[in-house]
Design a protein around this ligand. Structure first.
Ligand SMILES: C[S@@+](CC[C@H](N)C(=O)[O-])C[C@H]1O[C@@H](n2cnc3c(N)ncnc32)[C@H](O)[C@@H]1O
Length: 309
């Protein structure tokens, strides 16, 4: 383990005392703002397809300076959440395995750490753990801690840190070649545990945010992108697809949230369908590196949009 720098040492010191938490969060948020990136711990505990980590500095200038609650209806790995570190927030996603990880880290982090420490980074072991969801008898008998431990293990050891399921809902990412994957990042898991203390974590579809959204809340919507013809490769975070109908439903929710007086940012792909759908709103073009593509020559820069009200 490399020597901890001064900043990391100061984080650990703050974390020894519960009532220093607010102080920690505000200092960390300032640090993030200054650096326009996610600094040190806590940071996303999973690598997630479509994660916004590398777009943070471009998103930053459009984030409202003041807001009431923070709501993220497609939280995934939560890059923006970990950048902002709001103390009053609602995180929603319809991927049950993902939401279970957030809940277990929030409520039972010590047991999760013990379970994660037992995993081995070996190909045959990986496929054995991966196969558990093929057998309902085995999968149903796993505890929430075991399920979260399995998901984090597969994410750290699988190819490219992806989460992807097939049409039956079975996890289908192959074993990955990593040097020394940090399957149990204890320090980060404990830091995430602390910041999730007062955060509401909800399993369900994005439209649930309408039940919680109020005037002056800040809502970042980062759905599965509307596929461009040559990038239709990856859309399966869950076995339900997010097609044109879902994009239109999302647009209706966006309009409702706008009417409520919420401050909105929405990411999507740059294409005629999306540009036309949101034509009454402000649309900014951002440049993103395309990380998830099996054809390495196609991992270039692409345009995507940021829509705001
Ligand atoms: C582009 S990713 C979000 C990435 C996230 N911003 C990050 O930084 O990691 C989209 C997320 O939407 C979730 N999702 C897909 N359909 C959904 C739905 N109907 N309601 C809520 N979440 C959904 C997926 O499980 C996935 O985590």
């Amino acid at each position: 383990m490399p020597e901890k720098n001064h900043y990391q040492k100061s984080i650990i010191r703050y974390f020894e005392s519960e009532n220093q938490l607010d102080l920690f969060i505000s200092s960390k948020r300032n640090e993030n703002k200054k650096n326009k990136t996610i600094v040190g711990t806590p940071h996303p505990f999973l690598k997630w397809a479509g994660g916004k980590r590398q777009l943070i500095s471009q998103l930053d200038k459009f984030i409202p300076l003041n807001f009431n609650k923070y709501i993220e209806p497609f939280v995934g790995g939560g890059a923006l959440f970990f950048y902002l570190l709001p103390t009053n927030a609602i995180l929603i996603d319809n991927n049950l395995e993902l939401i279970n990880c957030y809940r277990v880290i929030k409520e039972e982090v010590e047991s999760l750490i013990l379970s994660l420490e037992k995993h081995k980074y070996e190909q045959e072991y990986y496929y054995r753990i991966r196969a558990m969801d093929r057998n309902p008898q085995i999968f149903m008998n796993l505890t929430d801690i075991e399920k979260a431990s399995r998901t984090i293990f597969l994410n750290k050891s699988g190819y490219n840190g992806l989460y992807r399921v097939n049409s039956k809902g079975f996890f289908n990412v192959p074993f990955g070649r990593h040097k020394n994957p940090n399957i149990c990042d204890k320090e980060n898991l404990k830091a995430v545990h602390k910041i999730l203390k007062n955060i509401k974590i909800i399993h369900g579809s994005f439209e649930l945010c309408l039940n919680y959204a109020e005037k002056d809340d800040f809502i970042y919507l980062d759905p599965p992108y509307y596929p461009l013809s040559d990038t239709a490769l990856f859309t399966s975070y869950t076995k339900q697809d997010f097609g044109q109908e879902s994009q239109i439903k999302l647009y209706e929710v966006f309009k409702e949230l706008d009417k409520k007086g919420c401050q909105l940012l929405l990411s999507n792909s740059y294409c005629d369908f999306i540009l036309d759908l949101y034509r009454d709103y402000r649309i900014i073009t951002l440049k993103a590196k395309r990380a998830i593509n099996s054809i390495s020559s196609k991992r270039g820069e692409i345009n995507e949009v940021l829509i705001m009200n």
